[in-house]
Design a protein around this ligand. Sequence first.
Ligand SMILES: Nc1nc2c(ncn2[C@@H]2O[C@H](COP(=O)(O)OP(=O)(O)OP(=O)(O)O)[C@@H](O)[C@H]2O)c(=O)[nH]1
Ligand SMILES: [Mg+2]
Length: 224
Amino acid sequence: MRSLAVIPAYNESETIGTVIDGTEQYVDSVVVVDDGSTDETVRKARDHGAAVLKHAFNTGVGGAVRTGYRYAIEQDFDFVVQVDADGQHDPDQIPRLLDAATDADMVIGSRYLNDSYREYSFVRKLGIRFFTEMVNTLGGVEITDVTSGFRVYRVSALESILHHSDKHWAVEQTLEAAQRDFEIVEVSTEIPTRGDGDSQFTLETFVLYPLRMTDVALRVLLFR
Ligand SMILES: Nc1nc2c(ncn2[C@@H]2O[C@H](COP(=O)(O)OP(=O)(O)OP(=O)(O)O)[C@@H](O)[C@H]2O)c(=O)[nH]1
Ligand SMILES: [Mg+2]
């Protein structure tokens, strides 16, 4: 069984090295998907021994992880471990996620199965709860943290759920998996709030979030 860590990264030069160092011990290969960074992210990733796939311009987290999934499919890996480059995901939890993947197609590291969700802002928590409920209701599953990016996938399952959205990938992908009756399990992982760098959540993202999510849900339900 070969595992590949996919690390989406956009201007994360402060943290990328530590994340790679922590991750590589638990997987067979590490690929950083550089999403058009303008800082030292690519050089640091290479210095720390990761393979780097570069987007010519910034696409958003969804676009970055999709590039990583395609690479995993092309290179015949069995499992993908998805880890953020900003240091919010503790690589030492990877073995627990991989263990859970023995009997599952998708493993989500949930901050709602411990107290770490409490650190997030009210609006952020509201968003997470809303979209988690949406996926649970529409997909007939019972998960607690649909927007978590700390995940493991069975690559054979990934092929049929490749999301289309560049920004709000998690809802689309998880709903698709739920509708196909893929086995989705969650593992409790502490996910502290971001330390360094800029978040994908800008004011614009917050305002457009509900519209984009509704769009994504309709697309999955009606057209896929
Ligand atoms: N901000 C941002 N991150 C990106 C982008 N493309 C890839 N990423 C990477 O995707 C991962 C998740 O992005 P984050 O901004 O940390 O999203 P988040 O963890 O949901 O939000 P925070 O809790 O505010 O950090 C990080 O490793 C980013 O470096 C992008 O266009 N914008
Ligand atoms: Mg983050």
